[in-house]
Every structure is written in C-alpha cells, then in structure tokens.
Design a protein around this ligand. Structure first.
Ligand SMILES: [Zn+2]
Length: 344
C-alpha cells in the first residue's frame, strides 16, 4: 500500500491499541480488508516502552503487519486522564508531565518527545501534540488551546525535520490537529495557521459529537473548508456507519472508532439489515447468517444461533468471529465510498 494513498482514498482504521486488534491475529485482521490501523502511543509508551518496540524492529515487524500504521500523539488520552483526575499529572505550556498509576514512573510528553516516541514505534503517519480540552470550554480556554496547538505543531515539525530529516529522509507523513472547540472563527484560524506551517494532513481535534451524540457538523465543515484537499483529513473517533458517511460527504477521508470492535465483543453486530444483538433470545434458533450480504468467515460458516450459543457460553471464539464480521462490514462500507469516489 502506497503511503500517498492516505491522502486520496478513504480508510477505516481499527484500533490496534497495544499493537493488536483485540481477539484477532494479524492474518484475520488482513482478511477483513483492513489496510491501515491506529496504534496507541500512550499505551505503547508505558508498555513495553518505545525503546523495546524500536529494538524489536518497530510495531509493524512485531505484528507481522504489512499495511499502514498511524500513531496518535498520546496527548488526547493523557490530557483527559489528567483533567478527569484519574491520573496524577499536570498539563503545562510545554506539554504534560504525568505518572502512570500502575508502575508509578514519571513521563514527559512534549511536542518533541511525542515525535521521538512515534519514530521509535515506527508508524507511517504521525500526529503532532495538540492541546485538547474538555468537551465544553470557554472562549478564553479555546483561545489558549489554539495558540498552544499551533505552537506545538510548529515545534513538532521542526524537530521532525532537524533530527530525522523529515518526510524526505524518513518517508513518513506528519499530520497536525485542528482545535478551537465550538468557536468557528478559532477553528478557522487554527486550520489556516497550520496550513501555513505545512503538514501532510489536518485532523479534526476535540469532540466530534455533541451531548446528544450528534456530529458537530458546523465545526467539521469549517475545518475542512480551510485545509487543502490533497492531504489526510482524519476525523478522530468517527464513528457510527451513518456518521462516517456524513463526515465523508463533507470531505473527511480517514476514520477510526473503538465502537466497531468493542461492540463486537459485546455481541452488537452491524449488518446490511441494521444492528443485530446476538445475545437476544430471538437468536437462539435463527439458522441464518449474521448478515446474508456479508462474505466474512463468520457469515459464510456459522449461523446466528451458533454465535448466540457461543456468546452465552462465554466462548472466546464468539468475540473473534463477531470482531471479524464487524470489521468486514465497516471495510465494505469504505469500499463503497471509494468506488463512488472513482465513479465521480
Ligand atoms: Zn460477516
């Protein structure tokens, strides 16, 4: 898979949080039609640590994964853990200092260190550190967040170029994050300033849904209107199939959500006939496949009744088959979006 494709085609990237999509082997993951994955920088920073990932040849070698890998900056997670009081730490003008509750080690996440960590993990696409905040913030807070996000993105890019030779030497892409919360003029300012610095992609940062669970379409529209088309346009955390379609209509092309795999593990399956709850008693004698229009390993070999039984019995294979199905469903949705791009 050529890396530049990430700017042109649509991709759904499952979360291989710690270097594995839960319950799946890398081969099973490939068979769902997945071409790119997201791994979690914070989780890998804490265990096994970027130096070990590097010594083992990078995350792709460790996983035996031939597709593309995107790493986040680690910021979103650390900041929300600190803001919610779950982790001890401090967000400051230079990033964040925090303690992992398990090992008790102290870590420093700065615009430069996140690049170093992501380089060691060995992803294809990296994300600069951004100042992400709670879902509802004042204008003053949003202004500070935008200032810092621009500053940190500049520092991240400078570090990537000076220390590693940037895109030219590494072949990796560097993307930034657009903040500004609900303040559309701040979203616009943030996007325009980042475009001036120049990145391979501009990700929609902050919260993609409001309190009612609806996409923040005005914010998403403002961002996409102010970034170039031939770049990565990633909406982090979108989402439900209908949300992916809506975001794609606006112009976004990269998607990820934990929902697909998490729901699979809880027996909630996406199908061409709507959502199926496999542990529902109505499934106990259903001899049909999960989705008659799906050609995944689960749908071609097993009945809803069998999957229902395995879920009830607590068999681990049930979660594997459900995850295979949900991912295959999402990847066929993306395929459809890509074929309509080609037809235009
Ligand atoms: Zn299926």
């Amino acid at each position: 898979m050529e890396i530049e494709q990430l700017k042109r085609k649509n991709f759904f990237m499952p979360d291989a949080t710690r270097g594995a999509v839960r319950n799946l082997t890398t081969k099973q993951l490939e068979e769902t039609g997945t071409e790119a994955i997201v791994v979690n920088t914070l989780h890998l920073l804490i265990h096994p640590g970027p130096n070990i990932v590097f010594k083992l040849g990078g995350i792709k070698k460790m996983m035996g994964w031939k597709g593309l890998v995107l790493t986040d900056s680690g910021g979103f997670q650390v900041f929300s853990l600190i803001h919610s009081g779950k982790w001890k730490g401090k967000v400051h003008s230079n990033g964040a200092t925090f303690k992992s509750p398990k090992e008790g080690n102290t870590y420093e996440l700065t615009p430069e260190s996140t690049i170093d960590i992501q380089m060691k993990i060995g992803s294809d696409v990296m994300v600069t550190l951004d100042d992400c905040r709670d879902s509802v913030i004042t204008r003053k807070e949003a202004e500070i967040s935008v200032e810092r996000t621009i500053e940190w993105a500049k520092r991240g890019k400078e570090h990537f170029e000076k220390k590693y030779g940037g895109r030219r030497k590494t072949g990796k892409l560097l993307t930034s994050v657009v903040q500004g919360a609900k303040y559309l003029d701040l979203r616009e300012k943030c996007a325009k300033e980042l475009v001036k610095v120049g990145f391979d992609g501009y990700n929609f940062g902050g919260y993609v849904v409001d309190n009612n669970g609806d996409l923040v379409l005005d914010e998403m529209k403002t961002v996409i209107e102010n970034v170039p088309k031939d770049t990565i346009r990633y909406t982090m955390g979108v989402g439900k199939p209908e949300d992916i379609i809506a975001a794609n209509k606006l112009g976004y092309n990269l998607f990820d959500t934990v929902l697909v795999t998490r729901n699979a593990r809880h027996g909630t399956l996406y199908t061409s006939e709507g959502v199926v709850k496999i542990d529902n008693s109505s499934m106990a004698l259903d001899k049909g496949p999960v989705d008659p229009n799906c050609s995944c390993e689960c749908c071609t070999n097993y009945t809803r009744a069998y999957l229902h039984h395995m879920f009830k019995a607590g068999e681990a294979t049930a979660q594997t088959l459900a995850t295979i199905h949900n991912l295959t469903y999402y990847q066929s949705l993306i395929k459809e979006l890509n074929s309509s791009v080609i037809e235009e």
